[in-house]
Ligand binder design. Structure first.
Ligand code: GLN
Ligand code: ZN
Length: 783
């Protein structure tokens, strides 16, 4: 390949770096602080240490600037709530409440009067003696990271209220780093906020009040000698109402001049109709996501004025694969040739969404590890690409040879490509995703076979994961408990769970999932194509991290995964035992998945593997199988225009998994998340015989949508919230059931909790289920 070597050096930077620390130091420090074991100073010392270390990693990787402002003790949006002085008044903080204590009160809520945040003589003790609920949490765009939702009212005022960002800038400067500060942009901040006023109002109307505070922040950064500030406006990748799109230009006229040079950062989604707008905003530079939207790069080079800085997000910030250097250079070279202004390279988005480092990943074999790049390795990749692009590295560079070898080995590996899997997908008969008969006909067969009462009662799958169960699993993993003893203990657990359910009088039983660590990991560990890291943690929210499996190859189920446990559970009772599986979309969503084929294809492979399991459960005499799909909604693409396509393959994958069985086998599905009013037809097209959903917290509001829409199949709206130990009374559940019976034909109704019970303890679980069974019996008697 010939590269038109541009006459200027190519700089590298990152939009953000993981905060937790390679050994999750921040998580452990936070939890110790919350337990009162270390004070705020000790926690902040850990924070400072991590920032220093992470800036040094950036500097060592040759980044032109280190990023400051991406660190957070809980969440970066929460940082902005304090920076912009818009903590909700409902918390009633005392004037002397320390910033960090208020921060954790916002993030975690308070229980009762809290002298740490209320201060002396506050009005709070009597205004809300029961304490304050935390801010709501929701997913950051289409990631598995959750941010704290700012609460705004029509009369919310903003003011510069925190020194945290400036302190951190000074901290980095004192360490000798050149700094790029990072902020969430004003429009994205308002967009992600929630209108909490009594009367609805237009959040955009607050922009006028918000911008002067941003201008002030920028001026302060300039005073500190900061040359660049990265302002993130990922909402430019969404479909926006015209008023919002139109607000960008005047807003950035105000901000572009207020302080350091502004690099406007967009990511996660193609810009499409906002591409010209993004290029022409009155700021010094633009960052674009060339992983999610490589096809837009030429357009960006065309529209971006020649004098502006272009930052190309060339390394995938959302996934764990090593970058193909030749593909990256092929994409970059024409842009470098076309764009005369400064060129920077970066990950596509913040590296918050990938694990920190491959060092110490000894659970992975060498070959597999050579295919991967976590945050630190991604910075190295950027350095190499930049050097190749500006001519400071040669084609003979050994780093390039190593990268090429890894890419070639992954491409050709028999571990990745299995002929039997490819054949199976290619030869799938038409109609493989359809049950044999329509729901009405299946229903008759199932009713006779299962002989269930009206308003059958069941649970969602898991029962309390007691300390004893977790200890046994840990001991087994460490090799201290033999497989035989471990399995004996799990069988005893299952027997106990079955007896308790029989005593409670539940109609369809479950085995309780004692043997499962996690609903995705458990299956991933038994399927071909998955690998597991030792320390590949990613922040989910606050101190909470997840360790997603790495789905690297064709998926197949080479042996049954749950049949023996389920069959054993069924052998203990005459009542129907519900088999329990995780659905293909959820397994896909909660893993790092391969980037060498469409997600839809990977999902279809998982679907066939799950189908094999469903069929084997049926053969083993199991009459009811639940396929959980709690993640189906969160897989929706950011742009509505892409929803139909996603829903088509996602629901098809579910149907493939569910349709290998006869009419007499009853397929359930479960989704915990509310808010699927807008995708009800797709949910119905999954054609599960029974769907259980979370509704108790919304007082059956969600169910009303199902009712209004005449959802065709059976439905189990959750009648109690499993997220708290509170035991609702019979009357409370009965009232919910009556409401449900008003909107859904009573012959279609099931009675169950909102979700699985694994996080609960036994006493409240049994008490609540007893009330639930009573409520069902009472309603039955009334009918
Ligand atoms: N069957 C799972 C359980 O009961 C479902 C969990 C979920 O919906 N997230 O735990
Ligand atoms: Zn659930």
């Amino acid at each position: 390949m010939t590269l038109a070597a541009p006459p200027r050096p190519v700089l590298t930077h990152t939009l953000g770096f993981p905060r937790m620390g390679a050994a999750r130091e921040l998580k452990f420090a936070l939890e110790r602080h919350w337990r009162g074991e270390i004070d705020a100073d000790a926690l902040q010392a850990v924070g400072a240490e991590l920032r220093a270390r992470h800036w040094q990693v950036q500097r060592d990787a040759g980044l032109g600037l280190v990023t400051v402002g991406d660190f957070a003790y809980y969440d970066h949006v929460a940082n902005h709530i304090q920076l912009l002085g818009c903590e909700p008044a409902r918390f009633g903080f005392g004037p002397k409440a320390p910033e960090l204590a208020r921060y954790f009160a916002l993030a975690r809520g308070t229980t009762g009067h809290d002298p740490a945040v209320c201060g002396a003589g506050c009005a709070h003790g009597h205004a809300a003696p029961e304490g304050h609920a935390a801010l709501e949490m929701t997913k950051w765009f289409d990631t598995n990271y959750h941010y704290l939702v700012p609460e705004l009212h029509a009369d919310t005022q903003f003011h510069l209220a925190s020194e945290r960002l400036f302190d951190e800038v000074r901290e980095a400067q004192a360490l000798g780093h050149a700094v790029k500060a990072q902020l969430v942009g004003p429009l994205t901040f308002l967009w992600l906020s929630k209108d909490k006023g009594d009367a609805p109002f237009d959040r955009l109307a607050l922009l006028e009040r918000l911008l002067p505070v941003y201008a002030q922040i920028l001026a302060r950064l300039k005073d500190l000698g900061v040359q660049w500030v990265q302002i993130d406006e990922p909402i430019l990748g969404l479909e926006l109402p015209a008023a919002w799109s139109q607000a960008f230009e005047p807003a950035y006229w105000q901000l572009g001049k207020a302080g350091p040079q502004v690099l406007l950062a967009t990511y996660f989604s193609p810009l499409q109709d906002h591409l010209r707008l993004a290029c022409q905003l009155p700021v010094a530079g633009l960052h674009v996501d060339a992983v999610r939207a490589p096809e837009e790069l030429t357009g960006v080079a065309d529209w971006l004025p020649g004098y502006k800085l272009l930052s190309v997000g060339i390394v995938d910030g959302r996934n764990v694969w090593r970058t193909d250097p030749d593909a990256a250079l092929a994409l970059l070279a024409p842009v470098a040739a076309k764009h005369p202004g400064p060129l920077w390279l970066a990950p596509s988005c913040s590296l918050l969404h990938v694990p920190q480092s491959l060092a110490g990943e000894d659970r992975l074999d060498d070959e597999l590890r050579s295919w991967l790049a976590f945050a630190e390795e991604k910075l190295q990749e950027l350095a190499l690409l930049a050097a190749l692009l500006d001519g400071s590295a040669q084609q003979s560079d050994p780093r390039l040879a190593a990268a090429r070898a890894a890419i070639a080995s992954r491409r050709a590996s028999a571990r990745v490509h299995r002929a039997d899997v490819a054949r199976r997908l290619a030869e799938a008969p038409a109609g493989a995703d359809q049950r044999r008969a329509p729901f009405a006909a299946r229903r008759l067969v199932q009713r006779t076979r299962l002989a269930l009462p009206l308003l059958p009662t069941t649970t969602i799958g898991s029962f309390p994961q007691t300390a004893q169960i977790r200890a046994a699993r840990a001991a087994h993993r460490r090799g201290e408990l033999s497989t035989q003893d471990y399995e004996a203990q799990m069988r005893a657990e299952i027997e106990d769970v079955v007896r308790r359910q029989e005593a409670l009088g539940l109609d369809v039983l479950v085995h309780g999932e004692a043997e499962r660590n996690d609903m995705v990991e458990y299956f991933g560990e038994q399927l071909a194509g998955f690998a597991f890291t030792a320390g590949g943690w990613v922040q989910s929210y606050g101190s909470r991290c997840v360790k997603p499996p790495i789905l690297y190859g064709d998926v197949a189920r080479d042996a049954p995964m749950t049949v023996a446990w389920t069959q054993y559970a069924q052998s203990l009772t005459d009542r129907p035992m519900k088999g329990m599986l995780t659905g293909p979309v959820t397994i896909l969503q909660w893993s790092f998945v391969r980037d060498d084929q469409p997600r839809s294809r990977t999902c279809e492979q998982i679907a066939w593997a799950i189908r094999d399991e469903v069929v084997d459960l049926e053969k083993a005499g199991i009459a009811v199988v639940q396929i959980d799909e709690p993640a189906i909604r969160e897989g929706l693409p950011l742009r509505r225009a892409h929803w139909q396509q996603y829903l088509a393959w996602a629901t098809r994958a579910f149907r493939i998994a569910a349709s290998g069985v006869g009419n007499g086998t009853q397929i359930h599905t479960h989704m915990c998340y509310s808010e699927f009013n807008d995708i009800l037809p797709a949910i119905a097209s999954m054609d599960a015989d029974v769907i259980t959903i979370e509704t108790s917290r919304s007082h059956m509001e969600l169910l009303t949508a199902f009712g209004d829409w005449h959802y065709p199949n059976e439905i189990g709206p959750g009648v109690y919230d499993i997220h708290s130990p509170r035991v609702p009374g019979v009357d409370e559940m009965l009232a919910l059931l009556r409401r449900a019976a008003e909107v859904v034909p009573v012959q279609h109704l099931w009675v169950n909790p909102d979700c699985g019970l694994k996080t609960r303890a036994w006493p409240e679980t049994e008490a609540a289920l007893r009330h639930m069974v009573q409520a069902a019996a009472q309603l039955r008697a009334e009918l």
